[in-house]
Unconditional design. Structure first.
Length: 240
């Protein structure tokens, strides 16, 4: 990319007519090659830089509730890389600052916010699906929801929902969803040239076979809450 930035002014300069036809042809050919391979070069950077490849590996721990450390720096770094990727897509070489890439990678160095966010999202999807599977066999018979009164079983289920889901999981999953809504577009732009079969691309924007992490989180949460909605309707209990 820096080569293209240097060659373009050279070829466009008024004195470029003094260049020999052989040199001009060589520069034009090299420029054409660099432009054609720019997307591959950007993908190569994504696959080689450890600050980027480690984003999609499991973190040692998930995000804590309301954890913000590293979020702003991660967003700034990915926004810079997204701008570079978009400039490559538009072949706007003068808009690319190679030094900005180095600074962006420095902000991601040792910064585990995105890695922990993606790890936490995967874990929450698994947890939601497991909880829903455990609830599905429960039959809301008259024994659980007797007409006209509250049973002990219904009270226990109600307390579980309030203490565990409403007070714990709901707020945490809303935090994850909000962060994913910020970072998913940035990650998608940075990896826009990647093959749709790559793990990073599937996790970020999804495929025909697999939805994005954000969509899967929302779907797993929605499916879980749907069971509880049926429970409260059948037992005629207010969820709060």
């Amino acid at each position: 990319m820096r080569f293209i930035q240097l060659v373009d002014p050279c070829l466009a300069h008024a004195q470029s007519t003094n260049l020999s036809s052989q040199l001009r042809s060589a520069l034009e050919a090299e420029k054409t090659f660099k432009i054609a391979s720019a997307k591959d070069a950007f993908n190569l950077m994504l696959s080689q830089e450890p600050e980027l490849t480690r984003l999609f590996t499991l973190a040692a721990r998930e995000l804590d509730y309301d954890e913000q450390a590293g979020r702003a720096a991660s967003a700034e770094a990915l926004a810079t890389l997204a701008d570079v990727a978009n400039a490559v897509a538009k072949e706007d070489w003068q808009a690319i600052d190679a030094d900005a890439i180095t600074l962006a990678l420095a902000k991601l160095n040792g910064n585990d916010y995105v890695r922990k966010l993606l790890t936490a999202t995967r874990q929450q999807i698994i947890l939601n699906n497991q909880l829903t599977s455990q609830l599905q066999p429960i039959t809301l018979t008259n024994e659980v929801c007797p007409p006209g009164r509250h049973s002990e079983a219904a009270t226990i289920l109600h307390n579980i929902f309030n203490l565990f889901y409403i007070k714990e999981l709901q707020g945490y999953q809303a935090q994850l969803s909000g962060a994913l809504e910020e970072f998913t577009p940035l990650l998608a732009q940075v990896w826009q040239f990647a093959d749709g079969k790559t793990d990073a691309k599937r996790a970020i924007v999804g495929t025909e076979e697999q939805e994005s992490l954000l969509a899967r989180l929302k779907a797993s949460s929605r499916d879980h809450v749907r069971w509880w909605q049926g429970f409260y309707k059948r037992c005629n209990i207010s969820p709060v």
